[in-house]
Design a protein around this ligand. Structure first.
Ligand SMILES: [Zn+2]
Ligand SMILES: [Zn+2]
Length: 581
C-alpha cells in the first residue's frame, strides 16, 4: 500500500501543468499591449491555484476507496490547465505571425473560433478553481487550516463575473461580415491595461481591489507617478548610444570575476566596442558599458573583496558616473537554510531590504562582534528603491519576478553555450544540495593530527576551510533530510526571498555562528560587500545562495548561484522606474 505522501503524488502532474501554464503566460502573453480583461483576471488566479495545489500535495487525505475519484478530479484539473496552455501558446504564435498587426483580442478571437467556445480563458480558469474548491467540500482538505481559502473563494467569485471579450455572436458570424461586427462594437466587455505588468499599481477598479490584501501600496504613489515620467524620459533617449558617462543611471557591481562573467552574459548590447567612455581622475575602476533591457548600464568589477574595497570603488564610481540612481550588487552569498517559514536552498536568490554590518576579527570563530545593530545604520536607500523592494514582498509580484528571472536564466544558459563559455550554468541537481546538521563541523578528522581541529575549544582551522567535504570525509549520514523541494514543482527554478543581509569583512565559516547571527539580526543571508556600497550609492543587493554559510565547502554551486542572481537582477531592473533629473 502506498504511503500517504506517495498517494498525494496524484496532484503532481496538475501542479506542474498549472505552473507551466502560468510561466507560458508570462513568456508569451503578459507583455503584450491591450490585453483582453479576462486574460489579466485569469493571470491573477494562477498564484492561488498553484498555492492550493501545493497545499493539497502536502495535506490532502482520503480513504483508499476514494482514490479513483481523486485521481479523476486531478486529471480533469490538469486537462483544463493544458487547454489554457494551448490557447495561450496559439495566441502567442498568432501575435508573432500576424503580419497585419492584429491586436491580442483579434488573435484571441481567431484562436477561439478554431478551438471552440470551451477554450474561453475565464471558463477554463473558473472550472479549474472549482475543481480545487471541491477538494475542500469533499473533505480531502480542511478549509479552516488553509490560510488562502478565502482568496480561493474570492477568485471563483471574480472569475464567475468576468464577461468574455468574444461574444457568442462572434461564433455565429461568418467571415464576410466579421470585421463589421467588430467595428460596430460587438466585442463585449474589454478594457485596456498597458504597460509592462505594472497594472496592479494603476488603480484600475477590479484588479486593484481583488489583490488589495496582497499589495503594500506606496503611500505617496511614487511608483505610479514615476512610471509616467519614465515614458517621456525614455522616449527622449530613444535607445541610442549614450553621449557620455553622465547619461548612465544604473550600475552593477560584482566582487568576483565569475560574477562579472555571468552578468556580462545578460547584456543586450555593449557600448565600448568602438570608443571608451573613460573615467574620472583618480578612479582606478574598470568599466563595461552597455544596455540591458531598456536601460544603459555600467558594470564594474571590484578590485578585491570586502566592505572597504566596495566602499572605495563605489565612491570612485560616483565621481566617474555622477548621475547614478541605482546600484545593484550582484553575486553569491551564504544562505540561512531556515528562517521562519522560509526554506532557503542553494541557487535561491536573496533581495535585500537592508544590510546589517558585522565585523569579524582573525579569530572569528571565538570572538564574534557585531559592529552595529541599528536597522538603518548604514543609511537608507531612497524611497523609489524602498517601494520597489517592498513590492517584491507581495507574493503576486514576486511570482511575476520569478517567472521573468527563469526566462532570463534560460537566455543566459543558451548565450553561454553559443559563446562557447566553458561553464554551462546549469542547475547542479537536488542531490548536490547538501545541508549538514548545524553542529556537525567541517574539520580535519585524522589520521594526521591537526592542532586546530583537535583543539577542544574548537579553534577555527583555515586549512580545513580550504578543503572540500569529500577531501575531509564529512559524513553524509549527518545531512539534514529536506522534503520541501519536491513540492516546488520543477526543481532548478530559483525561489526569491526578500530580507535582511548581514554584510561583513570575512566569510562566515561556522553553522552555529550563522544561526546565532541569523537569529539576533533577523538576517536570511550573509555576504561581504553590501555594507560598503550601501553607504555610497542607493543599492539593491541581489545574491544567489551558493552555500549555507557554515563550515562546509563545496564550490559546485557558485556559478549557478551567480547566474540565478544575475537573472533576478535583470528581472528587477525591468520593474525599476527612473525619475526625471
Ligand atoms: Zn584542521
Ligand atoms: Zn564539510
Amino acid at each position: 500500500m502506498p504511503t500517504e505522501s506517495k498517494r498525494r503524488d496524484v496532484f503532481k502532474p496538475a501542479f506542474a501543468t498549472v505552473q507551466d501554464t502560468s510561466a507560458q503566460y508570462g513568456r508569451d502573453i503578459e507583455d503584450l499591449e491591450n490585453l483582453p480583461d479576462e486574460f489579466i483576471q485569469v493571470n491573477q488566479c494562477f498564484l492561488v491555484a498553484k498555492e492550493t495545489l501545493s497545499y493539497a500535495r502536502k495535506n490532502a487525505t482520503w480513504d483508499e476507496s476514494s482514490t479513483d475519484s481523486v485521481q479523476s478530479s486531478a486529471t480533469s484539473l490538469e486537462k483544463k490547465a493544458k487547454m489554457l496552455q494551448k490557447l495561450f501558446s496559439q495566441v502567442g504564435e498568432e501575435m508573432e505571425n500576424d503580419s497585419s498587426d492584429g491586436s491580442v483580442l483579434d488573435c484571441y478571437r481567431d484562436t477561439l473560433l478554431k478551438l471552440g467556445k470551451s477554450y474561453r480563458v475565464e471558463v477554463l480558469m473558473l472550472g479549474l478553481l472549482k475543481d480545487l474548491i471541491a477538494l475542500f467540500t469533499k473533505e480531502l482538505l480542511n478549509a479552516e487550516n488553509y490560510m488562502k481559502f478565502d482568496e480561493l473563494k474570492e477568485a471563483i467569485d471574480t472569475m464567475s463575473q468576468v464577461e468574455s471579450s468574444v461574444s457568442d455572436e462572434d461564433f455565429k458570424t461568418s467571415g464576410a461580415n466579421f470585421t463589421q461586427n467588430v467595428a460596430s462594437g460587438g466585442t463585449g466587455n474589454q478594457s485596456y491595461y498597458g504597460g509592462r505588468g505594472h497594472h496592479v499599481f494603476n488603480g484600475n477598479g477590479a484588479i486593484t481591489n481583488y489583490h488589495a490584501t496582497n499589495i503594500s501600496f506606496d503611500p505617496d504613489n511614487t511608483v505610479g507617478r514615476d512610471q509616467l515620467q519614465r515614458r517621456s524620459a525614455s522616449q527622449a533617449q530613444a535607445g541610442g548610444r549614450p553621449r557620455s558617462r553622465e547619461d548612465f543611471q544604473i550600475a552593477i557591481i560584482c566582487a568576483l570575476p565569475l560574477e562579472y562573467d555571468v552578468v556580462s552574459l545578460l547584456f543586450d548590447k555593449f557600448w565600448d566596442d568602438d570608443e571608451s567612455y573613460g573615467r574620472a581622475r583618480g578612479d582606478m575602476n574598470s568599466y563595461t558599458n552597455g544596455r540591458m533591457g531598456q536601460y544603459d548600464v555600467v558594470l564594474v568589477l571590484l578590485p578585491n573583496m570586502g566592505t572597504v574595497a566596495a566602499a572605495g570603488a563605489a565612491a570612485s564610481f560616483r565621481s566617474s558616473y555622477p548621475n547614478l540612481q541605482l546600484a545593484f550588487l550582484v553575486g553569491i552569498c551564504g544562505g540561512v537554510p531556515r528562517s521562519g517559514e522560509n526554506e532557503i536552498h542553494l541557487g535561491d536568490v536573496i533581495i535585500s531590504k537592508s544590510a546589517v554590518q558585522y565585523d569579524l576579527g582573525k579569530q572569528y570563530h571565538k570572538a564574534f562582534v557585531i559592529k552595529d545593530t541599528v536597522d538603518d545604520s548604514l543609511g537608507r536607500p531612497n524611497k523609489n528603491i524602498r517601494s520597489l523592494v517592498a513590492s517584491f514582498e507581495t507574493e503576486h509580484i514576486r511570482d511575476q519576478l520569478q517567472q521573468k528571472a527563469c526566462l532570463y536564466l534560460k537566455d543566459l544558459q543558451s548565450t553561454a553555450a553559443k559563446r562557447r563559455r566553458p561553464q554551462n550554468y546549469q542547475y547542479p541537481g537536488i542531490n548536490n544540495d547538501k545541508l549538514f546538521f548545524t553542529a556537525y563541523r567541517h574539520k580535519h578528522r585524522g589520521p594526521q593530527p591537526c592542532k586546530f581541529c583537535d583543539n577542544p575549544t574548537d579553534v577555527f582551522c583555515e586549512n580545513a576551510a580550504k578543503e572540500s567535504c569529500i577531501d575531509l570525509g564529512c559524513d553524509e549520514t549527518q545531512l539534514v533530510k529536506r522534503t520541501d523541494l519536491e513540492i516546488r514543482g520543477s526543481t532548478g527554478d530559483p525561489e526569491i526571498f526578500v530580507g535582511r543581509i548581514a554584510s561583513g569583512n570575512s566569510v562566515m565559516k561556522s553553522g552555529e555562528h550563522r544561526d546565532r547571527i541569523a537569529e539576533e539580526q533577523k538576517v536570511i543571508a550573509l555576504e561581504m560587500e553590501g555594507a560598503g556600497v550601501w553607504d555610497e550609492i542607493p543599492c539593491i543587493i541581489v545574491k544567489g545562495v551558493c552555500d549555507y554559510a557554515d563550515s562546509h565547502k563545496n564550490d559546485l554551486w557558485q556559478r549557478y548561484a551567480a547566474a540565478t542572481a544575475a537573472s533576478v537582477m535583470k528581472a528587477v531592473l525591468g520593474r525599476y522606474i527612473t525619475t526625471d533629473r
